[in-house]
Write a protein that binds this ligand. Structure first.
Ligand code: IPE
Ligand code: IPE
Ligand code: MG
Length: 252
């Protein structure tokens, strides 16, 4: 099949020179458990401190030029952890969302959740639905929280939806392009992340946004998430601005 120049423009962004702030930053918040263990504390104490850090980062983000932020809170693989840790995390998510709803609204944050909700506790799902409704349309920052999120699971769900749409005639084979897949992902209302940050020194992506981050820049920091500050985020963004993104093109 011949590819027209419009197809090419749709699928690959133009090369970008230096100096741009990232519009969308995605963060793999790792290292809570080690932070707590180093202090002889239970792992949940690390998760609580990590949650406090999120508030500071979210508050600082718009001032640093960030419009979209996605944070990895719980993966589809994290169910392998002890029941105590999993239940503790789920309870913490619910309490934190409830407690922070008013303040997030005041700050102009639109909160969204990505991941498969069907496996989550109905009370937690209710809380998630209600804060999404309450903050919908806020424009200072869109904050997507990934809970029971796995990139492969997200693609599986998108494939299923696409197969149904094809079978039921809502879409034709010719219309199955990259945009048709992006439109069926949990992140459909956000641009792809420009920058992915992972804390705690691990240099893997652990099933986080495999489709969306195909051309993202990556930063890995040894800092454990509970020690990650807005100051370090600002340093990372300054480095990002010095990078040249070519998207397969040629240096400008
Ligand atoms: C990240 O911290 C938070 C979640 C995965 C819920 P970890 O709990 O993975 O912390 P480490 O990697 O064990 O230190
Ligand atoms: C990734 O961290 C998931 C979250 C931060 C929520 P993990 O700690 O689960 O990743 P692995 O197991 O080290 O790859
Ligand atoms: Mg970890």
């Amino acid at each position: 099949m011949a590819l027209s120049t419009t197809d090419i423009a749709e699928t690959s962004p133009e090369p970008q020179g230096e100096g741009r702030a990232p519009l969308h930053v995605a963060i793999i918040m790792d290292g809570n458990g080690r932070w707590a263990t180093q202090r002889g504390w239970p792992r949940l104490a690390g998760h609580r401190k990590g949650a406090e850090q999120i508030k500071k980062i979210v508050q600082a983000a718009p001032g640093l030029g960030i419009r979209y932020m996605t944070i990895y809170a719980f993966s589809t693989e994290n169910w392998k952890r002890s029941t105590q840790e999993v239940l503790g995390l789920m309870k913490m998510f619910r309490l934190m969302i409830k407690r922070e709803a008013a303040e997030l609204s005041r700050q102009g944050v639109e909160l969204r959740f990505i991941g498969d909700r069907t496996r989550l506790d109905p009370l937690l799902r209710e809380t998630m639905d209600s804060i999404e409704a309450r903050t919908r349309g806020n424009t200072k920052l869109t904050l997507a929280v990934a809970i029971n999120y796995g990139g492969r699971d997200e693609l599986r769900r998108a494939a299923l939806e696409l197969a149904r749409d094809l079978a039921e005639g809502r879409i034709t084979e010719d219309e199955v392009d990259e945009a048709a897949i992006s439109a069926r992902l949990d992140t459909r209302c956000m641009p792809d992340p420009d920058l992915v940050i992972r804390s705690s020194g691990e240099t893997r992506t652990s099933n986080f946004l495999p489709w969306q981050a195909a051309y993202s820049e990556y930063e890995f920091t040894p800092t454990l998430w509970p020690d990650f500050t807005p100051g370090e985020l600002a340093e990372i963004l300054a480095r990002f601005k010095g990078r040249e993104r070519r998207f397969g093109g040629v240096a400008s």
